[in-house]
Design a protein around this ligand. Structure first.
Ligand code: SF4
Length: 398
């Protein structure tokens, strides 16, 4: 049985050109503008073969001056050009190690390109092909909100608060800098258990942002009971006043943020998979709700999911709770195993999906002409403290 036989893809994931994805108002502008959605019309209207020809030619001309990094959640039409593919942790390591490339073309989302800029050399330029490729979870925490939360906590707990801030890598550079400056650290879904373990040993409690679910799953794994967890809602910070006693007894304060892609997975989907395919293995990402993680057989980062399925025997069956482009790619790589996405109506991560081959062709041809487009650059002071938090993470997880 193939994956398409049991799943329906949302309309967006079947679009192959940029223009059909534009909203009607933007489309109406196309007749009076030479640019659409940050990109010149010339590229937005180009067909796949022409884009492929141009991307390939530009890459040949640029040679080793450019490396292309592709996150696992990118569509196949992008991943085929990637020199390296990985999750955010692996790509951050590569960005830190490949100092010889003049350009790092980052096919991922904005926070990843920021991390690459912070970890790469001053002589390197990091380019995000489409500057609109953000992450909805990363946008759920901003520096003003985190500083407000910090003030409330330290005001409530006093000098003896012992709070270690830990930010998921899916966050803006200034939140990473906040952690660096306040004795904290960055984590990824690959290294979260190790990092949170370290953080608990440094202080009395952890402030974990912006993903409530990764924070909860990791803390439960560490042995922190639910009663010692508090959820902080940045939209209703005053609710906190009523929770003073709970906060005093807390080991972890979880930011109320989530990944819309991983929130689609449910316990009901897992139950159905088990009925439909007795003996199936269920594996999910730790950005899923705790009850989903609990109902699964395995959970872990995208790299962990790939490895588990790779090492499984031929003929094994897998229901996977993570982003669909990755699930499809794993299924294609293992035709001897039965692999499908837990969600019957599967959509790609809509922000990752904003990287389209047209953007690659556009920025690469500009590079050939000596022009740098869509560079992501973090200011020096933010970069300094963010680097402290990122390098602490890389050292701790080495
Ligand atoms: S899958 Fe979720 S966390 Fe990852 S980039 Fe997309 S929205 Fe952000």
């Amino acid at each position: 049985m193939t994956t398409t036989a049991i799943q329906t893809e949302c309309a967006e994931s079947q679009e192959t050109r940029i223009l059909p994805l534009l909203n009607p108002r933007t489309r109406a502008r196309r007749d009076v503008s030479k640019r659409i959605d940050n990109i010149p019309l010339l590229y937005a209207e180009m067909e796949g073969e022409e884009l492929d020809r141009r991307i390939t030619a530009a890459r040949e001309t640029l040679g080793d001056r450019v490396i292309v990094l592709g996150h696992h959640y990118q569509r196949d039409e992008i991943i085929r050009y990637a020199d390296y593919r990985g999750d955010s942790y692996k790509l951050a390591q590569i960005a830190a190690a490949r100092k010889e490339a003049e350009y790092i073309l980052f096919c991922g989302v904005h926070f990843m390109a920021e991390s690459a800029d912070i970890l790469s050399g001053a002589h390197q330029k990091v380019i995000l092909p489409n500057p609109a490729a953000g992450c909805s979870m990363a946008d759920m925490a901003n520096i003003a909100e985190v500083e407000e939360c910090w003030e409330i906590l330290t005001g409530m707990l006093g000098d003896d608060a012992g709070i270690i801030p830990v930010t998921y890598i899916n966050s803006a550079a200034n939140l990473k800098a906040f952690c660096g400056e306040h004795g904290g650290v960055v984590c990824t879904s690959s290294n979260a258990p190790k990092i949170v373990d370290w953080a608990f040993k440094q202080g009395k409690r952890v402030l974990f942002f912006p993903d409530e679910h990764l924070g909860r799953n990791t803390a439960l794994h560490y042995g922190v009971p639910s009663e010692q967890m508090v959820v902080y809602d940045p939209k209703n910070p005053l609710d906190f006043d009523d929770a003073e006693e709970q906060i005093e007894h807390s080991r972890i304060i979880l930011w109320k943020g989530y990944c819309s892609t991983h929130m689609r997975f449910s316990v009901e989907q897992i139950a159905k998979a088990r009925v439909d395919y007795p003996g199936i293995n269920v594996i999910v990402h730790p950005e899923c709700r705790h009850e989903v993680v609990e109902a699964a057989d395995y959970y872990g980062s995208t790299e962990y999911i790939i490895q588990q399925i790779e090492q499984a025997p031929a003929g094994s069956q897998w229901a996977v709770g993570t982003e669909i482009n990755l699930v499809h790619r794993i299924a294609q790589a293992h035709p001897d195993k039965f692999i499908f996405c837990l969600d019957p109506i599967v959509c790609p991560c809509s922000t990752m999906y904003r990287i389209h081959p047209a953007y690659l062709a556009w920025v690469l041809e500009a590079m050939v002409d000596g022009e740098v487009l869509n560079q992501v650059s973090v200011d020096d002071e933010t970069a300094y403290w963010a680097r402290v938090a990122l390098e602490r993470m890389l050292t701790l997880s080495a």
